[in-house]
Design a protein around this ligand. Structure first.
Ligand code: HEC
Length: 205
């Protein structure tokens, strides 16, 4: 009598074990070289954030700066940048012609070509842990993240440099260098343009 049901019991056991294995399977841990500083680059920021600033420099770079909707709303309302705020900056090499002269659009601005390897983001939160911040000295509201422009995964670029430069140059603007240009964007409704005569990330604002 029992014998008849044995294959069924056996099959049930196998299915049960398979389900258990699937349920307890751990998500693949990120490769050791991917740092975890508690920030995630939003997939769709180019659609959901506002492009408010373009910066051209003599070293043939073009930067695009984006603000999340809640940042724009806060600036519109004349309020402090709220917790949860995120701002993103991308760097491109300017396009050149075959002999290496930079190309310009009809307004004389550089034309963005290949994107540089890292996308940078700052994020304001009141619950960063010391381990997530670039430096354990002083807990601040803003964290700094660098992400691979292809995979969007966190990259190993030195984040202490971010903090040092933003702290030196933009401390009084809540760490946001381009705050005045964000205000102009909000009041004029137009993407702001800045030609900065310094190469690298010298500050012109
Ligand atoms: C040597 C100075 C310097 C360093 C280092 C630096 N930045 Fe900036 N950053 C600037 C300046 C200046 C601007 C204003 C835009 C411009 O002129 O390109 C800016 C703008 C930004 C913005 C747009 C919001 C704002 O503040 O205007 C973000 C986001 C940002 N940086 C993130 C980072 C991150 C993340 C790092 C490190 C991986 C970093 N920055 C390193 C100088 C620096």
């Amino acid at each position: 009598m029992m014998k008849k049901y044995l294959p069924l019991i056996y099959a049930g056991l196998v299915i049960g074990l398979l389900m258990l294995a699937a349920a307890t399977q751990q998500p693949k841990p990120a490769p050791a070289s991917v740092p975890n500083f508690g920030m995630t680059l939003p997939d769709n920021y180019r659609d959901e954030f506002s492009l408010y600033l373009v910066v051209d420099r003599p070293d043939r770079t073009v930067r695009f700066v984006y603000a999340a909707p809640d940042v724009v709303e806060a600036v519109q309302a004349g309020e402090e940048i709220p917790y949860g705020a995120r701002l993103i900056i991308e760097t491109y090499d300017a396009q050149t012609d075959l002999v290496g002269n930079v190309l310009r659009d009809s307004t004389g601005h550089l034309i963005a070509g290949t994107m540089q390897p890292n996308i940078h983001m700052i994020e304001k939160r009141d619950d960063w842990t010391v381990q997530q911040l670039p430096t354990p000295i002083g807990v601040i509201d803003w964290n700094f993240g660098s992400f691979d422009a292809q995979s969007y995964l966190p990259s190993t670029e030195n984040r202490n440099d971010c903090l040092t430069c933003h702290d030196n140059g933009a401390f009084r603007r809540d760490f946001v260098f381009s705050r005045p240009l964000l205000e102009d964007f909000v009041s004029e409704g137009e993407v702001q343009y800045l030609y900065c005569r310094f190469p690298g990330r010298g500050n012109c604002i």
